[in-house]
Design a protein around this ligand. Sequence first.
Ligand code: RFL
Ligand code: PHB
Length: 392
Amino acid sequence: MSRRVQVVIVGSGPAGLLLGQRLHAAGIEALILERRSRDYVLGRIRAGVLEQGTVGQLEAVGVDARMHAEGLVHGGVNLAFQRRLHRIDLADLTGGKTVMVYGQTEVTRDLMDARAAAGAETVYEAQEVQPHAFDTARPYVTYKKDGRTHRIDCDAIAGCDGYHGVCRKSVPQKALRTYERVYPFGWLGLLADVPPASEELIYANSARGFALCSMRSPRRSRYYVQCSLDDKVEAWSDAAFWDELRRRIPPEAAERVTTGPSIEKSIAPLRSFVAEPLRFGRLFLCGDAGHIVPPTGAKGLNLAASDVHYLYEALRAFFLERSEAGLDSYSERALKRVWKAERFSWWFTSMMHRFPEDGPFGQKIQEAELDYLVESRAASTALAENYVGLPY
Ligand code: RFL
Ligand code: PHB
């Protein structure tokens, strides 16, 4: 079976779905090919904090009603160290900017629903997806479904297929330069239907390791503790998790932790990774397919969204104005912002986690940096500007 569309999007994570909606709104036809089922994609619990640029793009495609009704607008964030909480007033430090606490699962669900309502097509459980001939002006993608091979001809391929996807792997190795840092620990995350310990997020540095208190709603909490890469999630009982969490956060916060049965528990490794460039002829890498950040700065999903912004503008100019200038500059524009978020996420991760090899000296240096950060308006402003999101 063979057919033609303007853009093939590989992957229906937030990057692929948001790009699909933006293209659809501009009258550009895109087909999404997704390896997994819809329910599998919706079952992944990931990011929780949206920058204003991400919120603005969801508004631009009219996928914002539930987010504005149910999402939580936060004007501040807390840093905890030496058993005390310190609030960083994001809104005051950034001229009124805030973040939106609304889960990636909900963003994905809203985008999937809008796509279905618009009659735009997603092929779920597409097997052996493979981009071809993207070094020519006539690229195409093949995949298998229900035992049949399909071929989709197109003008451009958007590789929105995440870190483990096929698109980056299809690029000749010599055309790609990669930069990577793997951290010597992971995050154990727990989701529970209990009220959050704090109205705003708490990022905690402690001698026992990092902890994060986050949330999905006034009734659903998301917590994380730094763990060893050798840890197995089955070995962490809910009781052990709650106990460890409370030991890592200041007493005033620990007292307010409501415990309850977990509805999800998982371990994620932490990695910084960038592939350069993000464009190979008519193949464009977007989101986690091109770069990974450790979750400490809450930047992964937001970077996927900023890539979508640049790629959407480029494709729009290409299809509607016959200009290739945006395609030519996509990689450079996107990477400029990616590297700033990489730096911020690396810095925030380095300051908040226990690095086994750094010992007590490392802990003291981190505490001194945190002390400076909360005392100095200049340093707090630098954190706040990056946390709410740098401009596109
Ligand atoms: P996604 O969300 O990984 O979506 C990629 C989609 O492509 C599909 N796919 C394929 N489809 C067809 N053919 C193939 N060969 C394919 N290979 C893969 C996948 O099934 C999937 O549906 O990438 P996208 O859209 O770029 O979005 C990026 C964000 O999801 C990501 O940056 C964040 O979730 C990162 N991240 C977190 N970010 C935060 O800000 N806070 C967090 O707490 C947080 N937790 C996480 C995370 C990422 C994780 N990963 C990737 C393992 C926790 C985890 C476990
Ligand atoms: C989350 O709520 O899952 C979350 C929030 C902030 C982060 C990372 C994860 O930095």
